[in-house]
Design a protein around this ligand. Sequence first.
Ligand code: ADP
Length: 579
Amino acid sequence: MADVLEIRPQESAEENAQQMTDGFHLVIDALKANDIDTIFGLVGIPITDLARLAQAEGMRFIGFRHEQHAGNAAAIAGYMTQKPGICLTVSAPGFLNGLTALANATTNCFPMILISGSSEREIVDLQQGDYEEMDQLNAAKPYAKAAYRVLHAEDIGIGVARAIRAAVSGRPGGVYLDLPAKLLSQTIDAVKAKQSLVRVIDAAPRQLPAPDSVKRAIDLLKGAKRPLVLLGKGAAYSQADKEIRAFIEKTGIPYLPMSMAKGLLPDTHEQSASAARSFVLAESDVVVLVGARLNWLLSHGKGKTWGKPKQFVQIDISAQEMDSNVAIAAPIVGDIGSCVASLLDQVGDNFPQPPKEWLDAVNEKKNKNLEKMAATLAKSPSPMNFHSALRVLRDIVKQNPDINVVNEGANTLDYARAIIDMYQPRKRFDSGTWGVMGIGMGFAIGAAVTSGKQVLAIEGDSAFGFSGMELETICRYQLPVCTVIFNNNGVYRGTDVNPTGGKDVAPTVFVKDARYDKMIEAFGGIGYNVTTPEELEKALKEAIASGKPTLINAVIDEAAGTESGRLTNLNPQSAAMKK
Ligand code: ADP
């Protein structure tokens, strides 16, 4: 931290007695003092100079076309690195656009900081009608893990430190930092400014589990007849990859990864029970949740999905998460690395392996389902459908195991998650806890910038629409992102008709035979239009070898796709419409 702040002389020689700096410089110095080197954002009043200065001071500023995508890029960068991703926006509408991403980050436990410029307090608080007037701090509070405002330049250092610690400590989340325009231009004595900087020490301290909680879990596991481990994205985030793998392999327990935990162990691992998901959820008797919440994605831990009665061990950094949906028999509260290491200490080398009948039953189910899937994937219908196209993508990911996969859509998400095996941790980024659309290009840019590696964004045509303009951003920064659009002419599919016979198309239908590949060509990227698995494979190989911005418009059967994908149960339909 010692040399991060240069002393900047004032321009006017007469006032040179004291060397001064200002809020703009201090914000950048405070971020750099904490090794933050990238800002995702969109410039405008009052933060344009902040972005310019960040770049001039050696940080990377990645400029977007819409703040939501800058925010999503920051959030995924936070998830990949355990350092808060930074999103910078203008006031009111820019802030609100960014807030969607901040709320999504908080919901998903991704660490990020949304920094927005804001109007003057005196005018906002008296509601006197300032330019882009808005009480942003209070608007952010319900959707953020924490929200702070800095009013004095000498507090910038502590404000940034507080935001960083809040974002990454305990359960990670989104933090809002409000910087009024006046703060940025405030001047301050440079020596005092330098002294006000704070480098956060041990931003996310280890949280060791209580030994009796570990023992309770081990006792429960020892008595289990049909144990199962469920890995969530908290487990992937924790970067305790080795410990988690050792725990699974030493106990011999079958495991299921949630979608973003795929690849924490390779999906081809012999203990993976993914292909027998419904069976193991229903039949298991003791389930160890590692960084996974029993929310809607897991049917709240009850009902038909969970079948037979069971007991849960839950490992989570948030004590409050325990008993959120069902009773947790053995809660272990702490950071996943420490918790799994403590469990491993108890497991040793001679832990009783799960009964053979259980492992045989899981394997039998798994092999049957894998065979069924292989038969479906082997078909090559014309026109191409989700399965025949995804077979090609599956093989490409297998050949390029360090590729980053971004995935959103309804059917495109459901099928891709099930069909594409992942081989490395933190390589799959998707719709997450909200099951949201619109993360596509933001996550793709965040992943490409953070890893410097190839990204494959697998998008439904509807999902892509939310962030499609960021193709220009991808081309501007020449990012190695290959976007594949599963184009079936509409939301879910393109075959719905307007029952009145009127001139408007049905609510789910898009322009027929749209050429999304032409969009990327407008910005100098390379577009492909493909209609068969062979063409798709050729285009994909070429696209990935080029390392350039590319987009493949994959035309699939417009009748392929079901309403709401696998979430049909969440989509109430009127009885009249069903007729
Ligand atoms: P998924 O959607 O994959 O099931 P969730 O987002 O529901 O995963 O769950 C992630 C959980 O992981 C959250 O409850 C969060 O508190 C927890 N978590 C995140 N990071 C850590 C960590 N380092 N140690 C322990 N728990 C963590």
